[in-house]
Design a protein around this ligand. Structure first.
Ligand code: ATP
Ligand code: MG
Length: 230
């Protein structure tokens, strides 16, 4: 059986990763492909437990290295339990955030030595590198505005002055609260990775409408993966 394709979505908060990961999965499914959609941190039962621990706002004072090792542990389990078996079965795996988020949040914009993260990535990811990484690029201000709008709005309801505040996500608690400079640095980091690894990465403009972004994503998947497979 041929191995499947591994596609990751990366980018800053509110850039549209989750929206586009779902749309791509729907499109691939409609075209007759078997698809596994997953996310990081998390993606397997053990890794989801670690996600909750890492992002728990009550545990502010753990060291950056300790946190990076927990992320690495979560990723190792996610790869073993979910990603590699799906790829071995010939499925597409669409993953909402993966190791570029670690490089950028913990390394480029964070406090862990990038060379240490590189070493961890080599050990954990091994040969299971993404075949295609879509970087959804958006100015930090716009992404943060979108994310806070979404977090305060129940699903299927237009935001309004009267909308009651919803519980904020764990990720938002940990990272969205960081300053604008941090989020600008994140954007820079993702674009820099795409510049350094153009054979793996495609940058799409997240400021376009969801339909237009989905079209750009699909064009990348077709030209980078599907045409290559035929
Ligand atoms: N192209 C777009 N134009 C305008 N709004 C969008 C677009 N894509 C997504 N949105 C909206 O912006 C918000 C954030 O989108 P989404 O959750 O997909 O981003 P994300 O990158 O996954 O965010 P996070 O980093 O917080 O997980 C949602 O309310 C979504 O409906
Ligand atoms: Mg998301």
């Amino acid at each position: 059986m041929t191995a499947g394709w591994f596609i990751t979505f990366e980018g800053g908060e509110g850039s549209g990763k989750s929206t586009q990961a779902k749309r791509l999965a729907d499109r691939l499914t409609a075209e007759g492909h078997a698809v596994t959609v997953t996310r990081e941190p998390g993606g397997s039962p053990f890794a989801e437990r670690l996600r909750a621990l890492i992002l728990d706002p009550k545990l502010e004072t753990h060291s950056p290295l300790a946190e990076a090792l927990l992320f690495a542990s979560a990723r190792a389990d996610h790869l073993e339990q979910v990603i590699r078996p799906a790829l071995a079965a010939g499925r597409f795996v669409v993953c909402d955030r993966f190791s570029d988020s670690t490089r950028v949040y913990q390394g480029y914009a964070g406090r862990v030595e990038p060379r240490l993260l590189e070493a961890l990535e080599l050990i954990i990811v091994q040969h299971t590198k993404p075949d295609l990484t879509i970087v959804v690029d958006i100015p930090a201000e716009i992404g943060l505005a979108r994310a806070s709008l979404r977090l305060n709005t129940p699903p299927n309801q237009a935001p309004s002055e009267k909308t009651p505040k919803q519980p904020r996500s764990l990720l938002a608690d940990r990272f969205e609260a960081r300053g604008l400079d941090f989020h600008k640095k994140l954007r820079e980091g993702f674009v820099e990775i795409a510049r350094l690894e153009p054979q793996r990465c495609v940058v799409v403009d997240g400021q376009k409408s969801p339909d237009d972004v989905a079209r750009d994503v699909w064009a990348a998947v077709q030209s980078r993966l599907l045409n290559e497979a035929t």
